[in-house]
Design a protein around this ligand. Structure first.
Ligand SMILES: [Fe+2]
Length: 367
């Protein structure tokens, strides 16, 4: 096994308030990184600001996070944090805010760093300490060393580095209650994608598989309810949030497989939300991992307590109709990005660029 996850994690009602000492330990001033609306609606931003004020931690809010955060905005926020003299960074929100906060902590201590130096991990100084507060059940970014950002050309890149682990993360699932159904589904199905891709990663080990299986077991019921457009109870919200943390722990060890990476293309070019974009490729992946090693795939369905057909039905029930139409020419132009791609090679199946071509043709080209 190969397991490392140094973040102190607290979940449960009022966990921020109850464990405020963990924030106090990070310094006496911070910048809170968040989006302009959702973190306020969720109640998370108020809870964080109230907790910081209650122990006298000076704070400023930078609320410029947008979906699929551009690295240029992280550079800007990093300079703001550096000029304000913040001692640590607090990210509040969904995956975009948490991933942006990780990058901003790097730019805050390296304000001269450019995009290229960031991606090349040439950071002279250690990032500022990071605290994260999640408001969606999906990303698992609270417990990963991963940050996914969009570069100047509109391409998504995932960077992995031990210096990106949060010092402390908080998950109070009440902050996910105001999530609209479409967001609950798009982020929730990302949990299924993380867990499934992790299980079928070439790097999977006993710990990552245990996390992946438990994530799917916990997520299946709330996602079935949400897919039927019924309201989730508070317990179901907690179940889905816990599943997202377990999915994060799973991919933290293994990384993701080709569905995530090919999904980036759908997000960049067709604006498909991340979770839907990744999960769109899960049925094709399940077919191929089954062909590659039927016994391993059978072990997966046994452990999860389902079968391939039922599992694919659950994924499809969560997915909306994707308004994506491609031409063969477009696909051929995109294919080089998947040559020797880490996520493609990570998949425990025979997946080559030709396979991706075949999958995109079957899903998005009218015959
Ligand atoms: Fe994801």
């Amino acid at each position: 096994m190969n397991h490392y996850m140094p973040t102190r994690l607290f979940t449960g009602p009022s966990c921020i308030e109850q464990h405020i000492d963990a924030l106090r330990a990070l310094g006496s001033s911070c910048v809170v990184i968040t989006d302009a609306t959702v973190s306020r609606l969720s109640g998370a931003l108020d809870d964080v600001l109230h907790a910081l004020d209650s122990v006298g931690i000076a704070n400023a809010v930078w609320d410029g996070v947008t979906a699929n955060p551009p690295i240029s905005s992280c550079i800007e926020a990093g300079r703001f944090a550096s000029e304000s003299g913040a001692q640590f960074i607090v990210g509040v929100g969904g995956g975009s805010a948490l991933d942006a906060a990780k990058a901003i902590s790097v730019f805050a201590s390296n304000p001269e760093l450019d995009e290229e130096g960031f991606y090349a991990l040439r950071w002279n100084k250690s990032p500022l300490p990071i605290a994260l507060v999640g408001t969606t059940a999906g990303t698992g970014s609270e417990v990963t060393k991963v940050s996914v950002l969009t570069d100047g050309l509109g391409r998504k890149h995932s960077i992995h580095d031990d210096r990106l682990y949060a010092a402390v993360s908080f998950g109070d699932s009440r902050h996910t209650h105001s999530c609209p159904l479409a967001v609950t589904l798009s982020t929730g199905v990302d949990v299924l994608a993380h867990a499934t891709e992790s299980y079928f990663s070439r790097k999977a080990d006993e710990i990552s598989r245990a996390c992946a299986v438990r994530a799917i077991r916990l997520a299946s019921e709330p996602l079935t309810i949400a897919a039927a457009e019924e309201a989730l109870s508070s317990d179901h919200r907690t179940q889905l949030y816990d599943a997202s943390i377990l999915g994060g722990l799973a991919i933290n060890t293994t990384g993701t497989c080709f569905p995530h990476n090919v999904g980036y293309y759908l997000t960049e070019n067709y604006g498909i939300p991340h979770g839907f974009a990744s999960a769109a490729f899960l049925p094709a992946m399940l077919e191929r991992v089954h062909d590659y090693d039927p016994a391993y795939a059978a072990g997966f369905y046994d452990e999860v307590g389902t079968d391939e057909q039922a599992f694919v039905s659950l994924i499809e029930a969560c997915l909306p109709t994707l308004n994506v139409q491609m031409s063969n020419k477009e696909i051929e132009a995109a294919l080089p990005r998947w040559e020797n791609n880490g996520s493609v090679l990570n998949t425990r199946a025979d997946i080559f660029v030709d396979t991706i071509h075949e999958i995109l043709l079957s899903l998005f080209v009218e015959h």
